[in-house]
Design a protein around this ligand. Structure first.
Ligand code: DX5
Ligand code: ZN
Length: 223
């Protein structure tokens, strides 16, 4: 499976999203971080902004909800027509119910885990999801360093996916850059969120291409 690079617009210019979308036109998907200053100690934007982005985006939107109350709020993002909606297990009362609702509306459903949350308890519901997001930093801010111990969950998830032949993308988010993407790809990740590593580059499209090439080379050497 070829690697996907999803630039996170948390590192974009918040009053020039449309212009910045143009600078990442070769992204596989555009990662959109919704934060409510409750589930995480930071605030970005909500459904009205994401709906407008959906109207102008050149690439599919990969929405990452870092909000409380997802049992109520997640469906609106799917109704706006985004490609995927990922919510946090820690914020959900009924994760399977939300996943089924998202899929029935036509969005891909994603389950996200904070660094301190065990994967074990969710292994048996992974088949209800289209993507699993292992947070490799504490959610809330861009530009943090990858937390090494989170990578154990990437290997653990990859084993489960292979054993059960699950049709699910394995995504990592936080601190991914050109120094570590090959290592993380080798462990099993196939979908890489990169915020600062893309937006700090002078040529963002070239940086996306570079990250994708590094990940693809590592994936082809996995076995
Ligand atoms: C963090 C967000 C990430 C963030 C990643 O809570 O979920 O998507 O933008 O940024 P970098 O790649 O800079 O760590
Ligand atoms: Zn994110």
């Amino acid at each position: 499976m070829p690697a996907r690079i999803n630039p996170s617009i948390l590192s974009a210019d918040f009053v020039n999203f449309e212009r910045d979308f143009g600078s990442i036109a070769n992204a596989d998907l555009i990662h959109v971080d919704v934060m409510d200053n409750n589930f995480v100690p930071n605030l970005t934007f909500g459904l009205p902004m994401v709906s407008r982005m959906q109207e102008i985006t050149p690439r599919p939107l990969d929405v990452h909800l870092m909000i409380s109350g997802v049992d109520k709020w997640a469906r609106g993002y799917a109704e706006a027509g985004v490609f995927s909606v990922t919510f946090h297990a820690e914020a959900a009362e009924n994760p399977v119910g939300i996943a089924r609702e998202l899929r029935s509306i036509g969005a891909r459903a994603g389950l996200a885990l904070k660094p301190g949350t065990d994967l074990e308890q969710y292994l048996d519901i992974l088949h209800e999801f289209d993507q699993l997001l292992i947070m490799t930093v504490e959610p809330g801010f861009g530009g943090q360093a990858l937390i090494e111990h989170t990578l154990g969950k990437v290997s653990q998830a990859k084993r489960k996916i292979d054993q059960e032949k699950l049709d699910i993308w394995l995504q990592v988010d936080g601190g991914i850059d050109e120094t570590n993407i090959e290592r993380v790809a080798k462990l099993g990740a196939d979908t890489f969120v990169a915020g600062s590593a893309v937006f700090k580059a002078i040529d963002r499209a070239a940086q996306i291409e570079h990250l994708r090439n590094l990940a693809n080379a590592a994936i082809s050497h996995r076995h």
